[in-house]
Design a protein around this ligand. Structure first.
Ligand SMILES: [Zn+2]
Length: 60
């Protein structure tokens, strides 16, 4: 099942919602910002309690 997460773009500062498959565990991938189309490294982390969080940073 895909969980929605809100990510803030490190380039333009806009927040947008993306989806990731929490059943696949913590993961890192690069996705283009839906607003400014710059590449963002997304790091999805899943805690033991099942909470999901996302860190975003500029990808080069
Ligand atoms: Zn952006």
């Amino acid at each position: 099942m895909d969980d929605p997460v809100t990510v803030q773009c490190p380039w333009c500062g806009e927040a947008f919602t993306t989806f990731f498959d929490a059943s696949a565990g913590s993961q890192t991938y690069i996705e283009d910002c839906q607003v400014c189309c710059q590449p963002i490294t997304m790091r999805f982390l899943i805690s033991r309690s099942g909470r999901t969080s996302c860190q975003s940073e500029r990808a080069y």
